[in-house]
Design a protein around this ligand. Structure first.
Ligand code: PEP
Ligand code: MG
Length: 545
């Protein structure tokens, strides 16, 4: 038995035979040509063909993994039309008098290298997309296929890396797992694998591909990121059991879809989902969350290289609200600073950024940014049930100032005759000890509290959440944290506000009963934990001491 280690991107176990993904040889010869016009015409024809293929892949993805995930193939179609990309191909053909395949391949190398060299992991992952569309274009130019045919048996697909279009083109019914030598967990391939519910491991290294061959028997453990080739009996028995337990557990969770979040004694709680991007809505709906308890809006700022406009933000918020069809959506205003730095904000370098100018402190000092976001939020509010939530609150005066700004933004909209909903809820995050301690003074000012246990833990225990060395000192169940949550819950209810938990602790099912006893009204967890928490809630009986 040989064990290889990579990174699991979808937690499940697969046992079966390996099939090495076969791809057309992408090496392209440089051939000098005389008729440049004819070569340019070939590129145009190949582009039309590639677009047709991508449209078919998009339609397949739409059915299998939903609109949000299929969108990457629309992006691919757009990339094929990109001016810079096309100009580069044209220039190479015209200035070097070379064949179209060669011009595409050099352009692909240049663009992929440029993306790979970017600091942002999102853009790094786009290098794979450039290679994907370029390989397709070259295949169309040479009239060869790109998609691998699979036999009748279900197999573990192994490859150096898989492009998104390759992942989706594979017949899902015949794939047990994906294992790639390279790849990033941010890549669309990883995202697609997760959405296809197929165990997947990336980054097992080149050595793996050099050693395995078609037909080798292997086990893929997506939980640990391990691949066991030619497993011994003990490992086989252990992993077979693990797979059976996992399948049974997932089935049980699926059975929980559509069921209420209610304890044995009849106490109900809302279970909502946390999202960081509009793209996550598919997962929210698939996991049957009752709403969105935390939409970290800063992704709009992190993804852009300039301040997102009111219109861009409005479109994103509207989409989330419309997709949730009247279910509650809590959007948090931007939480930039600390670990989330954005160049164009030009924030000063700080000794302790977690305790510096971040989140609401930026909004209150740079109100133009804040007002733009608020205008977009109120404008979007007519498309659903919106809650606006403010992060990093420490004082009553901050909340009063925020509410004044909100009033003034709504007054402006009224003057401009722009509609907004009258039933927008306003809430604050309880993520500093100060906010919890003065929660009796804060509760009358808002409709809800949401406890950010990630920051509340770091500030209460004086443990930097970014510092892995300090983990041994982080007791997430520390009595101080639980007392602060309890205090906030009592004060919220005293003044008619509701209280949720949106930090990671909300998904800790060893505390679900405690939270119910404290009177927490809502738990907002990552979409994949919604059913797990529902399962825990339904087993609790608060009548028992
Ligand atoms: C928190 O602090 O618990 C929280 C939910 O916010 P974030 O993790 O985005 O800081
Ligand atoms: Mg926080």
């Amino acid at each position: 038995m040989i064990t290889y280690n990579g990174k699991g991107v979808y937690s499940a176990v697969a046992i079966g035979r390996i099939s090495i993904y076969k791809r057309q040889d992408a090496t392209v010869a440089r051939i000098e040509i005389t008729d440049k016009e004819a070569e340019l015409k070939r590129v145009e024809e190949a582009k039309a063909k590639a677009t047709e293929q991508l449209q078919a892949i998009y339609d397949k993805a739409l059915k299998e993994v939903g609109e949000e995930n299929a969108a990457i193939f629309e992006v691919h179609m757009m990339m094929l039309e990109d001016d810079d990309y096309n100009e580069s191909i044209r220039n190479i053909i015209e200035t070097q008098s070379v064949n179209a395949e060669y011009a595409v391949s050099i352009t692909a190398d240049n663009f992929a290298e440029m993306f790979a060299g970017m600091e942002d992991s999102y853009f790094q992952a786009r290098a794979a997309d450039i290679r994907d569309i370029s390989n397709r274009l070259i295949a169309c130019l040479t009239d060869s296929g790109t998609d691998s045919e699979l036999g009748a048996e279900k197999v573990i697909i192994c490859a150096d890396d898989l492009a998104p279009s390759e992942t989706v083109s594979l017949d899902k019914e015949k794939v047990l797992a994906f294992v790639t030598a390279f790849g990033s967990s941010n890549s669309h391939t990883a995202i697609l694998a997760r959405n296809m519910n197929i165990p997947a491991i990336i980054g097992v290294g080149e050595e793996f591909l050099n050693s395995v061959k078609d037909g080798d028997f292997a086990i893929v453990d997506g939980f640990t990121g391990e691949v066991f080739v030619d497993p011994d009996e003990e490992t086989l028995a252990k992993l077979t059991k693990k797979r059976e337990e996992d399948v049974a557990k997932k089935k049980l969770l699926q059975d929980l879809k559509g069921k209420e979040n209610v304890t044995l004694d009849g106490t109900k709680i809302d279970i909502f989902a946390n999202i960081g991007s509009v793209d996550n809505i598919g997962a929210v709906l698939m996991n049957d969350a009752g709403g969105i308890g935390l939409f970290r809006s800063e992704f709009l700022y992190l993804e852009n290289d300039d301040y997102p406009t009111e219109e861009q933000q409005f479109q994103a918020y509207k989409k989330v609200l419309e997709s949730m069809a009247g279910k509650k959506v809590i959007i948090r205003t931007l939480d930039i600073g600390a670990d989330k730095q954005v160049d164009y904000f030009h924030l000063d370098k700080e000794e302790n950024p977690a305790m510096g100018i971040r989140a609401i402190r930026i909004c209150l000092t740079r109100q133009d940014i804040f007002r733009t976001q608020l205008r977009a939020l109120y404008r979007a509010s007519v498309y659903g049930h919106l809650g606006i939530m403010f992060p990093m609150i420490t004082s009553v005066s901050e909340v009063k100032k925020i509410m004044e700004i909100c009033d003034s933004v709504r007054a402006d909209l009224k003057v401009e005759d722009i509609p907004f909903s009258d039933s927008v809820e306003h809430g604050i995050m309880i993520e500093t000890p100060a906010a919890a301690v003065i929660s009796d003074q804060l509760a009358p000012l808002v409709n809800f509290f949401s406890v950010g246990t990630n920051d509340l833990t770091q500030y209460t225990l004086a443990c930097d959440r970014q510092n892995p060395k300090i983990e041994q000192f982080v007791d997430t169940h520390h009595e101080a944290i639980l007392r602060l949550i309890k205090m906030a819950a009592e004060n919220a209810h005293k003044y008619g506000a509701w209280i949720g938990i949106c930090g990671e602790l909300g998904a800790d099912t060893t505390l679900t009963e405690t939270f119910l006893r404290i009177g927490i009204d809502e738990l907002s967890v990552s979409p994949t934990f919604v059913l797990k928490v529902r399962d825990a809630v339904r087993k609790i009986d608060l009548r028992k001491e």
